[in-house]
Design a protein around this ligand. Structure first.
Ligand SMILES: Cc1cc2nc3c(=O)[nH]c(=O)nc-3n(C[C@H](O)[C@H](O)[C@H](O)COP(=O)(O)O)c2cc1C
Length: 230
């Protein structure tokens, strides 16, 4: 609504102003900014997912490729690794998670855990995010001064990649959420998909068609979170 009003106002200015070239320039800038912000707003944790993604498989793979390639990393180390699980492979992951959790969650509580896992399993696919620890330790050895920072920066960079992909999926109207069943499932995941031992699992992102959008979100007032100095 807010964006719509802005657009209407801008169009009015554009049509009536003698400085239409100038306003057209401004409008272009704002439209681009709005598009970007709209996607950021659109990204939510969507838990009610299905396996209907309307032939978006290739588009999703393209998004993952481009995000992995272009997301930033400290010293351009590019230590993030990704595994994409579609169809049966995706179901395998949630079976592994189910079996691992069943061993440790007390029986009375397992029903709710099981329901949660069933919802992830109902999605179309899952993206697994890793960090290659070999790359991180090489950097630690090379730049001893920053030794303690590299593991932190590696996780931060992985988060940026997760956010890029999460937003990209939202833009395609594909719902997703972020899970952390690591390190519980690490060994099984590594052996099932024969992954290098240096790949450390960071997060799991199930994605799919949206059967129910995310609920209301509350916000801490921005004045408490941002300070601006001119
Ligand atoms: C670093 C990080 C870890 C998160 N871990 C989980 C998780 O393990 N399980 C989960 O259901 N949601 C997880 N979330 C999702 C948050 O709960 C969610 O982003 C937050 O409540 C805001 O809701 P929104 O994503 O709809 O904007 C995580 C989010 C972030 C950024």
């Amino acid at each position: 609504m807010e964006i719509f009003c802005q657009d209407v106002m801008l169009n009015f200015i554009l049509e009536t102003s003698a400085y239409s070239d100038y306003f057209s320039y401004i409008k272009k800038g704002l439209a681009m900014e709005n598009e970007f912000l709209q996607i950021i707003r659109q990204r939510r944790s969507v838990y009610n997912l299905n396996d209907k993604i309307n032939d978006k498989q290739q588009q999703i793979l393209n998004l993952i490729n481009e995000s992995v390639k272009y997301a930033p990393s400290s010293f351009n180390s590019q230590s993030a690794r990704v595994v994409v699980l579609f169809d049966e492979q995706h179901h395998k992951l949630w079976k592994i998670t189910h079996d691992c959790l069943q061993k440790i969650v007390p029986e009375p509580k397992f029903a709710s855990t099981k329901a949660k896992l069933k919802a992830f399993d109902a999605a179309y696919g899952t993206i697994l995010f890793f960090e290659d620890e070999t790359v991180v330790s090489e950097l630690q050895n090379k730049f001893v001064l920053y030794k303690d920072n590299f593991p932190v920066w590696s996780e931060q960079a992985n988060g940026m990649l997760q956010f890029a992909i999460w937003c990209g999926l939202a833009e395609m109207k594909v719902g997703a959420n972020l899970q952390h069943y690591n390190p519980l499932i690490d060994e099984e995941v590594r052996s099932t998909w024969k992954l290098p031992p240096s790949w450390k699992l960071i997060a799991q992102m199930p994605f799919g068609g949206i059967t129910q959008p995310a609920g209301e979100k509350t916000f801490v007032p921005l004045e408490q979170r941002i300070k601006v100095f001119w």
